[in-house]
Ligand binder design. Structure first.
Ligand code: BGC
Length: 875
């Protein structure tokens, strides 16, 4: 990589025609070469690199074609567009047709007008764009469904479209299609059903073919299939296979399946060859046409759930005769693959748990009603049998085997890690080990809970899209993972459950909790939309959801009285110290109004912006009237969260700020011996507030704390993922050991310590503030992000007398780089060896650096794109 970069530089400076490379990282709707795009005008994005600093795109040209090599822009030739836009460029060509493959490429002109070569060609496939394109009917009748058909000529192109509820596994001619599991995503099925599109050309053959589908109940709680296969054969000719009454069905070896309870699989009932052509299905019943859900069919435009990793167990013990327990190491979401040999009809039971009792047996008390048990009944033909459940998942660290024939070995089981296959998009690491350990906890916790929706937990009888949990860890998820498409889908889920009165619900899809949502929970609608916008510059997400967000704010208004919103169910949930619910609800009512105003401004709706600014001002006034205690000089009941919330959004008038902040500080430092007493809400905003109010050292002490309540306390007590409670509990009460809502600290690592900050005025990292958190004993920290515009890096280290900072800013972005002077006298700064600051003044000349000024303990550099290495030293 390094060599390549050097070579590139040499090439650039040698004065050859191409100074910049072709665009890379081409995406459509956030996805690489997506299948089944059903957005009428999908958005295209690309990433640029340039050997020179301070570079930007002055123009681009996109060609879209139905011909693989893209010899011309026959579907769309954007022409040379003078624009710096590299992300979310809206397709503006001929109307897209259903079920086609569109190939595209792009080139760009740099700031000096030099053109790049064309990018490599990529593609997107359209889905079924009109409801009338769907010919398949919903069918059901049993959990195995099959259909044979014949092709007179070899297949040239084939696409399968499938909506199989609750879960499906699609097989063609004996092979599983795709790597998705637990598909499709959980939606409000009467509003929206997601279908997947697969390229199955390679699965088909001339002559006889068979499509075979197994259905599980999933979240839908029933089994129905809608399917369509479009085949084009060589030399022309088309064939469609659709789900209808001509399919055959039978009950297979899967005797029972439930997300919470697990699966029962009787291998004696397997009918080999049922998924291939030529199978005798004369005893099978015809499929019945069934009602199916009422929802529209919509393409699943996000990464599916997959088996993403395999875990080898750490330890195998036998706490009781005939009972074995495997310790997988971390707590995770997934299942166990079992290898077993034994007599026909032998029944092996796998029970999953997060906890053990002291005697080494499973403690399943905190799973509540979820049985989390998979049962496998052996075929017993002498061969080794491999079983992996399909339509369930568990949140667990330990698995118990009983009924196993003989003695299991460590190789008997493997852990399969299962979650939405979001790729890592960021990294954070620092010199303080406990921070890295917390980062590991929250990464495992968040991944375990990205399960087509952001869930609260992964083990007990919930696993729901609880909305506060969702917005609290959304930023951590977006900074660590490529999750924009995932949250785009979740926002649609929120819109799907919105009532005509504007109300949203505590969980989305709505299965648990109430309507209307607790205001702190409903806030997920404006907040998640805002985060997607902030981190990706995605204006369309605001356009799409503005009416719904506004309706949610209006709904809260109908429930408010004189600017106060009093209803509250949970408030600052699971705290060490309680905060009044009406204070929390009114804070979120204010936050909603403020975001609505802001979004209206961005979307050019000036009248709305004014209306909601006024509303926010009214709420703010009411908040101060109601919750400020003149006697005590604090907000609410004096709890930490009561101070944090109004301070975080600058709701406190200047003359109260100092008192409220002072009280907060005293509470943390003196009354509570450097501990947060906050619940999930106060924790997120508290860390951010301290960080940006000159109290980063205190926030850091809280992050590094190891006694109750703290993240370190969880670690010291053996946590491998974040807990639901600050307390250590193991009984039947609510105490999940994998609950990512306290994972909000993950975003703080990037912003406050590594120092990478997005700027709402130029979202999507078009403008970046790099502000390293050189605090206390932290010697170095490093953060890297793959953004829509390319890589952002901030990596710093320091000694007693020096500070180094390495920064990468993508082409087309600009940065404000805050270099701490560490209170050193008489500092000089070099950038890549060249003096850029000396005698308390900026030294011009370094490419990309546009200026610098001193502001207290930092020197702030203005920089264009490029890779910079700063070294600050005291003379
Ligand atoms: C969930 C939470 C959720 C809460 C609402 C719990 O059962 O697990 O994380 O936000 O209910 O109070």
């Amino acid at each position: 990589m390094r060599l390549k970069r050097l070579a590139l530089c040499a090439w650039a400076f040698s004065g050859l025609a191409w100074s910049q490379s072709a665009p890379t990282g081409l995406r459509c709707e956030y996805l690489v070469a997506p299948m089944g795009v059903d957005v009428p005008q999908p958005r295209l994005s690309w990433v640029l690199e340039h050997p020179q600093r301070g570079q930007a795109q002055s123009a681009y040209q996109v060609w879209v074609s139905l011909t693989p090599g893209v010899p011309a822009g026959d579907q769309w030739d954007s022409g040379r567009v003078n624009s710096a836009q590299t992300a979310h460029v809206v397709y503006a060509g001929k109307p897209l047709a259903s079920g086609r493959t569109y190939y595209w490429k792009v080139r760009w002109w740099d700031a000096g007008g030099a053109a790049s070569p064309w990018s490599a060609v990529t593609r997107f496939d359209t889905g079924l764009l009109a409801a009338s394109d769907w010919k398949g009917r919903y069918i059901g009748g049993a959990n195995q469904l099959r259909k044979e058909f014949s092709l007179e000529r070899a297949p040239a192109r084939a696409r399968a479209y499938i909506a199989g509820l609750g879960y499906y596994e699609l097989r063609i001619n004996g092979r599983k299609v795709g790597r998705s599991v637990l598909d499709p995503a959980f939606t409000t099925y009467d509003q929206r059903v997601l279908y997947a599109t697969y390229d199955v050309t390679g699965f088909l053959q001339r002559g006889a073919n068979a499509v075979a589908v197994t259905l599980g109940q999933g979240w839908y709680g029933g089994r129905v299939l809608k399917f369509q296969l479009h085949v084009e054969v060589e030399g022309g000719g088309r064939l469609e296979v659709v789900s209808d009454a001509s399919w055959k069905v039978a009950q297979g070896p899967l005797l029972a399946d439930s997300v919470y309870d697990g699966e029962t699989y009787d291998a004696r009932q397997e009918t080999s060859g049922w998924d291939r052509p030529g199978f005798d299905d004369s005893k099978w019943k015809p499929a019945s046409l069934v009602e199916g859900p009422k929802g529209v069919l919509s393409a699943q435009l996000m990464p599916p759930i997959r088996v993403v990793d395999t875990i080898v167990p750490l330890k195998l013990t036998s706490p009781k005769p005939g009972v074995w327990v495997c310790d997988m190491g971390p707590t995770f979401s997934g299942l166990v693959q079992l290898r077993v040999r034994g007599a026909r009809g032998t029944t092996v039971r796998l029970r999953h748990a997060e906890l053990l009792y002291d005697d080494g047996t499973l403690n399943v008390e905190n799973l509540r009603a979820a049985r989390a048990t998979d049962t496998y009944i052996l075929r017993g033909d002498g061969a080794e049998e491999v079983y992996e459940p399909r339509f369930t998942y568990h949140g667990f660290r330990y698995v118990e085997l009983s009924g196993f024939p003989g003695a299991p070995k460590i190789d008997t089981v493997r852990g399969k890690v299962v979650h939405t296959d979001v790729k890592p998009a960021g990294g954070f690491i620092a010199s303080k080990p406990i921070l890295n350990q917390i980062q590991r906890l929250l990464l495992w916790g968040i991944k375990s809970n990205l399960h087509s929706i952001p869930t609260d937990c992964n083990q007990r009888d919930e696993r729901m899209g609880w909305m506060a949990d969702a917005h609290l860890y959304a930023e951590s998820a977006m900074l660590n993972f490529d999750a924009a498409a995932f949250y785009t889908n979740f926002l649609r889920n929120i819109r799907d459950i919105q009532g005509a009165d504007g109300s949203v619900t505590d969980t989305v899809p709505h299965k648990y909790g109430r309507r209307p949502a607790d205001p702190a929970w409903g806030a997920a609608y404006p907040l998640i939309a805002w985060y997607v916008y902030l981190y990706n510059g995605d204006r369309r997400i605001l356009e799409e959801h503005y009416p719904g967000i506004k309706a949610w704010t209006d709904f809260q208004r109908t429930r408010s009285q004189d600017g106060i919103l009093s209803y509250s169910y949970y408030g600052d949930w699971v705290p060490a110290e309680r905060t009044p619910g009406d204070l929390v609800s009114t804070f979120y009512y204010f936050y909603s109004a403020q975001l609505t105003a802001r979004m209206a401004g961005i979307l050019g709706r000036a009248a709305d912006a004014e209306t909601y600014r006024k509303l926010a001002a009214e709420i703010q006034e009411a908040f101060n009237r109601r919750f400020w205690s003149a006697d005590n000089q604090w907000y609410g009941n004096g709890s930490q969260t009561s101070q944090i919330l109004p301070l975080y959004l600058d709701m406190a008038p200047k003359d109260r700020r100092g008192a409220a902040f002072g009280h907060l500080r005293n509470s943390i430092v003196y009354y509570n011996n450097i501990h947060l007493m906050t619940g999930i809400l106060g924790t997120k905003y508290g860390m951010e507030l301290l960080g940006r109010s000159g109290q980063l050292d205190l926030a850091y002490d809280l992050a590094a704390q190891t006694t109750y309540p703290s993240w370190g306390y969880m670690l010291e007590h053996g946590a491998t993922t974040l807990w639901e409670l600050w307390q250590e509990r193991t009984g039947p009460s609510m105490n999940s050991h994998n609950h990512p809502m306290f994972g909000s600290i993950g975003a703080w690592f990037y912003s406050a310590l590594a120092g990478i900050n997005a700027d709402p005025e130029k979202p999507g990292f078009e403008r970046i503030r790099i502000q390293p958190g050189a605090v206390r004993d932290l010697r170095w920290a490093s953060g890297t992000l793959e953004t829509v515009r390319g890589t952002v890096l901030s990596s710093w280290s320091r000694t007693e007398r020096s500070m180094r900072l390495e920064v990468a800013i993508p082409v087309g972005s600009e940065a404000e780089i805050h270099l701490p002077t560490l209170n050193l006298p008489d500092v000089t700064v070099r950038e890549s060896g060249r003096e850029v600051w000396k005698g308390d003044a900026f030294q011009p000349g370094a490419p990309g650096l546009r200026g610098a000024r001193r502001a207290g303990g930092v020197i702030i550099f203005q920089a264009g794109s490029g890779h910079y290495r700063f070294e600050l030293e005291s003379q």
